[in-house]
Design a protein around this ligand. Structure first.
Ligand SMILES: [Zn+2]
Length: 63
């Protein structure tokens, strides 16, 4: 079995953990210009199915 030659210092472990945890941020969220629902950026709105001013998804509930 391969074993590590040296122990990893606290600083190295914590630097790696800090970088990993910093990458776990919530996705960017904006509001839909059509219905005002909160939507992820660069995604079609799940409430009205619109993206960049036109309908791209079929949504059962249409006003
Ligand atoms: Zn919408």
């Amino acid at each position: 079995m391969a074993t590590p030659k040296r122990r990893i210092s606290h600083a190295r472990t914590h630097n790696r953990k800090a970088k990993f945890l910093a990458s776990l941020t919530a996705p960017e969220v904006t509001t839909c210009p059509r219905c005002g629902e909160s939507v992820q950026t660069h995604r079609a709105c799940s409430a009205c199915g619109y993206y960049r001013g036109r309908q791209v998804l079929k949504v059962a509930e249409e006003e």
